[in-house]
Design a protein around this ligand. Structure first.
Ligand code: HEM
Length: 265
């Protein structure tokens, strides 16, 4: 996060806190609350500020940290994953057609997506999972050991920082045959059952895994379903091997996504 963003978020928190305190003061004194204040949406920030009035003491700085975490963790991750999905759709036009057929079959030409549709968009789900395998946008996670760990050949003492390379795990040929071959059927239930549950961790694992993973999957399925109904997706990339990667907070292609969309006739 750069300095300008820091100042911006800090200012937003301070202003919202001022407005919120004023509303609380009016409520307490039985004063009239204006329409704008009543209509205000329950945003994440408003809910955090409300908590501070209900006993959970949080400083402006702590509230800002929470907002920063959700802004970065909740937007860049899905944006980059969706962009990688578009690259994969463009690179695999036959698969794109199959997924589109599934979408039209379930949603028709113009109905909105509902919560019930989520569990029926199976091929689309497998497709997103395979994209996240090859391009886990959080490619590493960090931990610190709180006790000595014995891994047989190696000992990790307490207090060590550990980098867990999820991208290496997802591209490990001992776990994934032909790791750079794009194949959503790797996520058919019978295939999943053959693997260790921790061989695939795009949202990390354990008690500090991604808190937003269900929401992320729903929002990505919805966006892709709506996009495929109306557009054909193309890319300049021919192979996965030619996509060079860099970590810019989240995983991105060094040379951009190179995606084009065309309105369907
Ligand atoms: C494709 C989408 C996403 C991916 C691949 C992803 C992946 C991850 C990963 C790998 C972590 C690290 C967990 C760890 O250290 O073990 C994480 C943490 C987190 N994610 Fe996501 N995430 C995504 C979307 C979201 C969304 C949409 C939200 C919120 C609405 C979100 C909120 C968070 C938060 C708050 C954390 C920190 C959890 C903690 O430290 O306890 N993420 N995510």
């Amino acid at each position: 996060m750069n300095y300008n963003n820091y100042c911006f978020f800090q200012q937003v928190v301070m202003e919202k806190r001022k407005q919120f305190d004023e509303k609380m003061r009016k409520q307490k004194n039985g004063e009239e609350i204006c329409e704008d204040e009543l209509k205000e949406k329950k945003t994440f920030l408003n809910l955090l500020l409300q908590l501070t009035h209900e006993g959970t003491k949080m400083t402006d700085d702590e509230v800002r940290h929470e907002v920063d975490t959700f802004t970065i963790a909740g937007t860049d991750t899905t944006a980059s994953t969706l962009s990688f999905c578009l690259v994969m759709l463009g690179m695999h036009p036959d698969l794109q057609e199959k997924i589109r057929e599934e979408v039209i079959d379930i949603l028709g030409e113009d109905r909105d997506v509902t919560h019930e549709d989520m569990s029926r968009l199976n091929l689309l789900e497998r497709f997103i999972k395979e994209t996240l395998r090859i391009f886990p946008v959080g490619p590493i996670v960090l931990r610190m050991t709180d006790h000595d760990i014995n891994l047989g050949k190696h000992q990790i003492p307490a207090g060590c920082s550990i980098v867990l390379g999820l991208i290496r795990l997802h591209r490990n040929p001992e776990i994934w045959k032909d790791p750079l071959k794009f194949n959503p059927d790797r996520f058919l239930p019978e295939e999943v059952a053959k693997r260790h549950p921790y061989s695939y961790l795009p949202f990390s694992g354990g008690p500090r895994n991604c808190i937003g993973y269900k929401y992320a999957m729903m929002s990505m399925k919805t966006t892709l379903a709506m996009t495929l109904r109306k557009f054909v997706v193309m890319t300049e990339y021919k192979t996965i091997e030619e996509i060079r990667l860099r970590i810019n907070i989240v995983l991105k292609p060094t040379d951009g996504y190179k995606v084009y969309v065309k309105l369907r006739e």
